[in-house]
Design a protein around this ligand. Structure first.
Ligand code: AMP
Length: 120
């Protein structure tokens, strides 16, 4: 899939729309989800133009890959989730239910999160 420069996270990265920043480094930005599902619901995104985890894992540099993982850990620390636990979700593509076509990891926590998925 071609990267869409008009997606909402691209606009956040360009400063065209605001976000509640949680953490930033040269490769990564983390900010609060606008419609939180849980007491902690933070999104971590690479600054590079990657549509999905598929795209990122295949094309990102080692520095970007490392920064992304460390940024997730940084959010976990900032939000104090190390001991209580948390869940990471990355929706990919159509069946994954991805709405915004710029890679993002949801960091969820702050309460028991229940079963991973509802069986259908
Ligand atoms: P996904 O379904 O995995 O693509 O998740 C997209 C997420 O982006 C949803 O949880 C939305 O609430 C969130 N979102 C959409 N627009 C914004 C925004 N402007 N700022 C912060 N989060 C947003």
């Amino acid at each position: 899939m071609t990267y869409d420069d008009q997606n909402i996270f691209a606009k956040i990265l360009r400063g065209e729309i605001p976000c509640k920043k949680v953490h930033e480094d040269i490769h990564t930005l983390a900010f609060e989800d606008i419609n939180p599902h849980t007491p902690v619901h933070t999104l971590v995104i690479p600054k590079g133009k990657y549509v999905s985890m598929t795209d990122f894992a295949a094309k990102a540099s080692d520095a970007e890959l490392a920064a992304f993982n460390r940024a997730i850990l940084k959010v976990v620390e900032i939000k104090g989730l190390q001991n209580s636990g948390y869940r990471l979700i990355t929706n990919n593509g159509l069946n994954g239910g991805q709405e915004v076509p710029h890679l993002h990891v949801h960091v969820l926590g702050g309460r028991p999160l229940g079963p991973m998925l509802t069986r259908m």
